[in-house]
Write a protein that binds this ligand. Structure first.
Ligand SMILES: [Mg+2]
Length: 233
């Protein structure tokens, strides 16, 4: 990598970096859980379901990222599998539950701590863009629901780039669309594999957003809170 900066463009990951995926997902699931009580019964505890769901979903996502399963397989399997772990047999209402989750989760607007004040500051100095592994429609809904949309000039999804982070193709696509050169670009993301390794291998200055203090073997620059981005930008 050439000496980075001065920066003109900052690219952000969306889920878990700006849009609080965990909180939005849990709120959607808890609401659906209440609405599906007639099927689920009164004995089943939401926290137990959430525990199983998180585990199943994480494993399916890992397979999806490695292109071993399709998104539709992931979406059709995660709820039946989570409920099966709790002793249920697969039922058609689980598909409806899954469809409602897909539709409703992106309409939630919770953001990571300090996201708005940080973006308010950065937008004065930099062109801001999103690089996200996801679908145009879903990610667009999240940006609108959360009030993030006006901050970003370009939103690059893996759907439009036909490649997922950490594949350099999506980074190349994003920089071209934004008219940005590598050495004047930086990237911020929370996923070590997709974002940090992806960004570093592509060759742009990459900040690991690491609120949980995960290990950082490549010693990438990192922040625990978005407010600490002021160290770099
Ligand atoms: Mg992320």
């Amino acid at each position: 990598m050439n000496t980075p900066g001065p920066f003109r463009h900052i690219f952000f990951d969306l889920d878990h970096t700006l849009w609080d995926f965990e909180a939005n997902s849990a709120a959607t699931l808890e609401d659906l859980f209440k609405r599906y009580r007639r099927h689920i019964g009164t004995e089943t505890d939401f926290d137990a379901f959430y525990f199983h769901y998180s585990h199943v979903n994480k494993n399916l996502w890992a397979l999806y990222r490695e292109d071993k399963i399709s998104q539709s397989f992931l979406r059709s399997r995660r709820f039946p599998e989570a409920f099966e772990k709790m002793g249920f047999t697969a039922q058609p209402w689980m598909d409806e539950f899954g469809d409602a989750y897909i539709k409703e989760c992106p309409t939630q607007g919770r953001l990571m701590d300090q996201a708005i004040p940080v973006l308010d500051r950065l937008k004065e100095k930099y062109s801001l863009h999103i690089i996200t592994n996801g679908f145009d429609e879903t990610q667009g809904t999240k940006l609108r629901s959360s009030g993030l949309e006006p901050y970003f000039q370009h939103v690059i999804t893996s759907q439009m780039a036909a490649a997922k982070k950490p594949n350099p193709v999506i980074f190349e696509f994003a920089l071209q669309l934004a008219g940005a050169r590598r050495e004047e670009s930086a990237f911020v993301g929370d996923d070590y594999e997709a974002d940090v390794i992806g960004g570093l291998e592509f060759g742009i200055f990459t900040v690991f957003f690491n609120p949980d203090g995960k290990t950082n073997p490549l010693k990438s620059p990192e922040v625990r809170n978005l407010i600490d981005l002021e160290r770099y930008f």
